[in-house]
Design a protein around this ligand. Structure first.
Ligand SMILES: Nc1ncnc2c1ncn2[C@@H]1O[C@H](COP(=O)(O)OP(=O)(O)OP(=O)(O)O)[C@@H](O)[C@H]1O
Length: 302
């Protein structure tokens, strides 16, 4: 069940923000939705949570259609919007209790959510007195009040300092043990730290959908080597199982092989046979950052 998106498009006037996107998220998965600014992440999330209608396509959450079963659906989804709207003058517990009324959540359940999100010491403070990290916790607590099975979090760590970032990521992972989570971000490290799978969106199109494990198991590796002298790239291109050779700077070469076998010794032998000294040598697997760059054509990200 989880989330099912089939051929969703969205037009804002004549601008097409989403171009027939399709993907599925299984129950219990934590999936990162990664893309550069303006790629279409928030638009997708607003459509899934019923805040915006799609121009075309079908989406279902836990088997319920987002257009026809909207009310039932909102009981099953917790949503943390990009700009977390909070009443700064309200006290944390008062704010959560106020919102909980809509769902008829019991008092004990509110207290459980306060505890889960680490808000117990701050529960009697005004929201306006809290740090950004704690305000994000209030947003998360708010999204969890009705015990939804699916959480949709739009850039949950934007604007947090490094310590708050780690804390919120840990909290998301903890919550993710029991729920399906779909979270957007433009920070690759976030996906690596929290998610099981990544869906990459660029210019309104899905360009990758991969389990993080698969990224490290790719049958490809790059050996980065610095010699003490220039080498003709054609000579390196004669090495076995070679895919490509790049010379990004000076005597530094990035040699990509189509094998998962460690090829550093082959490069070492090449240097020895050609009377070269090696100043540095290391092996690099294709990672999320490379994939993201390749697929979003070097658009600038954090
Ligand atoms: N209400 C709107 N009216 C017109 N265009 C919009 C509207 N909302 C979004 N867009 C446009 O749709 C495209 C996708 O925007 P969206 O906010 O979904 O991207 P995003 O991936 O969430 O970006 P960011 O990482 O910057 O939040 C952008 O070109 C944006 O300018």
């Amino acid at each position: 069940m989880g989330i099912e998106v089939k051929g969703i498009s969205k037009f804002y006037g004549t601008q097409q923000a989403l171009k027939e996107i399709s993907f599925e998220i299984n129950t219990g998965e934590i999936v990162g939705f990664l893309g550069p600014n303006g790629a279409g992440k928030s638009t997708t999330m607003k459509i899934l949570t019923g805040y915006l209608p799609a121009s075309e396509g079908i989406a279902k959450i836990n088997g319920l259609d987002i257009t026809t079963d909207k009310l039932k659906l909102q009981q099953q989804i917790g949503y943390l919007p990009e700009h977390n709207p909070l009443y700064l003058e309200m006290y944390v517990r008062e704010y959560l209790a106020f919102n909980a009324k809509v769902y008829k959540t019991l008092k004990e359940e509110i207290e459980k959510v306060i505890e889960l999100t680490g808000l117990t010491p701050e529960a009697n403070k005004k929201i306006g007195e809290l740090s950004k990290g704690y305000r994000q916790r209030v947003g998360l607590a708010n999204a969890l009040l009705h015990n939804p099975s699916v959480l949709i979090l739009d850039e949950p760590t934007t604007g947090l300092d490094p310590n708050q970032l780690v804390e919120i990521r840990e909290l998301i992972k903890k919550i993710g043990k029991e729920k399906t989570i779909f979270l957007s971000t433009h920070i690759m490290q976030e996906v690596e730290a929290v998610c099981d799978r990544v869906i990459i969106i660029n210019n309104g199109e899905i360009v990758a959908d991969k389990k993080l494990k698969e990224l490290t198991e790719d049958n490809q590796q790059t050996v980065v080597v610095e010699f003490d002298y220039r080498v003709e790239t054609v000579a390196l291109q004669r090495l076995p199982q070679i895919k490509e050779v790049k010379n990004p700077a000076g005597f530094l070469y990035e040699i990509t092989f189509e094998t998962s076998k460690d090829m550093r010794s082959v490069v070492f032998d090449f240097a020895h046979d050609n009377g070269l000294k090696i100043l540095q040598l290391h092996q690099k697997h294709k990672n999320l950052e490379d994939l993201f760059r390749d697929l979003t054509q070097k658009q600038k990200v954090e």
